[in-house]
Design a protein around this ligand. Structure first.
Ligand code: HEM
Ligand SMILES: *[C@@H]1O[C@H](CO)[C@@H](O)[C@H](O)[C@H]1NC(C)=O
Ligand SMILES: *[C@@H]1O[C@H](CO)[C@@H](O)[C@H](O)[C@H]1NC(C)=O
Ligand SMILES: *[C@@H]1O[C@H](CO)[C@@H](O)[C@H](O)[C@H]1NC(C)=O
Length: 339
């Protein structure tokens, strides 16, 4: 008797468990490769985004780096929910505008074409993720399978923007990544994104002229690089010139591992880039990446993890009509049954 009751109870809890798993499974559908297959009439969603990115990068090479950075800045603030794209006086975009994030027009163009192909189907958050993947590929970094199925957030606040600083230490930066569920190893790989694109003199002035208040250059920077950068960034200059992050200048727009070789030779530009090569927790990884050829493939895998940070899936969030504005404004109060 007791045994059959225990069996019945076990069966009941098992059934309940299955129901709960199914239910939450529906609410929190996982990201997947090819989410839009056969969802956009007969059109190839990823192909449409690729053609836009390809044309824009042919017009202006630097747009590739901007798109990769856009994905990082989106994912690190309230998850990969396209909150960075929303216009507004106090939206994220405005807080980061001075950090020269770009590529917004590329996303707008792709969204316009996708709304014509299949209205209300493709999220802006997925367009950013696909465009970042295409930018890596078109820069020579190889193609990885991008996961899709994200939905768009409805909130964007400048006050939410809390990105790691370029002058933070490796452990501080690792802490910020860990809070997003990203390991130290993946952080090193992702910072390899600095193998393309630019920074500006204002971010490195103190390394050149007054490191830590010393009145001298940062002793961890190769002295010949210090001299070279002083020419591009004269002391107290008004013009905030652009500086290639990868000091193998033949490779400014090429997605390869030369960023790691440069930092290993004390030719990192941002403090955090140089710190990767010097910190005991990451120096071996940098050495390894500098001399092996598996960086692009490993970077792709790290991007997939970045792209999964705090995503909205299933019924959560919404699909915007324009990437710059929300459709619904605020979630309705559960108490207002009408209107
Ligand atoms: C600790 C983390 C990071 C810090 C502190 C950091 C900081 C910076 C800074 C200061 C710039 C230059 C901005 C400017 O001068 O206009 C920059 C550029 C860039 N970052 Fe990062 N970054 C981080 C992580 C990442 C990650 C994870 C990615 C992508 C996977 C990334 C991709 C890029 C790219 C591609 C550029 C060049 C942008 C362009 O040329 O338009 N960064 N980053
Ligand atoms: C950004 O914010 C400032 C106030 O901090 C405001 O004057 C400006 O209009 C905003 N810009 C955009 C594009 O929303
Ligand atoms: C960028 O803007 C934010 C707020 O809008 C401000 O706190 C920050 O100092 C600015 N950064 C730079 C480098 O100008
Ligand atoms: C690594 O960087 C150093 C310093 O710039 C350079 O001399 C060397 O040729 C580079 N090695 C490779 C494999 O690119």
């Amino acid at each position: 008797m007791k045994i059959s009751m225990a069996v019945a109870a076990a069966a009941f809890y098992l059934a309940l468990g299955i129901i709960l798993v199914n239910f939450t499974g529906q609410c929190d559908a996982a990201l997947q490769v090819g989410f839009y297959n056969r969802k956009c009439n007969t059109r190839n969603v990823e192909g449409i985004v690729f053609s836009v990115v390809e044309r824009r990068m042919n017009e202006k090479k630097g747009i590739g780096a901007a798109l990769i950075r856009l994905h990082f800045h989106d994912c690190f603030v309230k998850g990969c929910d396209a909150s960075i794209l929303l216009d507004g006086d106090s939206s994220e975009k405005n807080a980061t505008a001075n950090q020269s994030v770009g590529g917004y027009e590329v996303i707008d163009e792709a969204k316009g074409l996708l709304e014509e192909a299949c209205e209300g189907v493709v999220s802006c958050a997925d367009i950013i993720a696909i465009a970042a993947r295409d930018a890596v590929q078109l820069s020579g970094g190889g193609r990885y399978d991008v996961q899709t199925g994200r939905r768009d957030g409805i909130e964007s606040l400048a006050s939410n923007v809390d990105l790691p600083s370029p002058s933070s230490s490796v452990p501080q930066s690792a802490d910020a990544f860990k809070k997003k569920g990203i390991s130290l190893e993946d952080m090193v790989l992702l910072l390899g994104g600095h193998t393309i694109g630019f920074t500006h003199c204002s971010f490195i002035e103190d390394r050149l002229y007054n490191f830590g208040g010393s009145g001298e250059a940062d002793p961890t920077m190769d002295p010949s690089l210090v001299e070279q950068l002083k020419v591009v960034c004269p002391k107290n200059s008004e013009a905030d010139a652009a500086v290639s992050l990868d000091r193998n200048l033949a490779s400014t727009f090429i997605f390869d591992n030369s960023f790691f070789n440069q930092t290993k030779h004390r030719r990192g530009v941002l403090p955090i880039d140089q710190a990767l090569a010097l910190d005991p927790s990451t120096t071996n990884m940098v050495d390894n990446l500098a001399t092996s050829n598996d960086f692009p493939a490993r970077f792709g895998q790290a991007m997939v993890k970045l792209g999964a940070v705090e995503v909205l899936t299933g019924q959560r969030g919404e699909i915007r009509k324009s990437c710059r504005a929300v459709v619904k404004n605020k979630p309705r109060s559960p108490f207002s049954l009408f209107g």
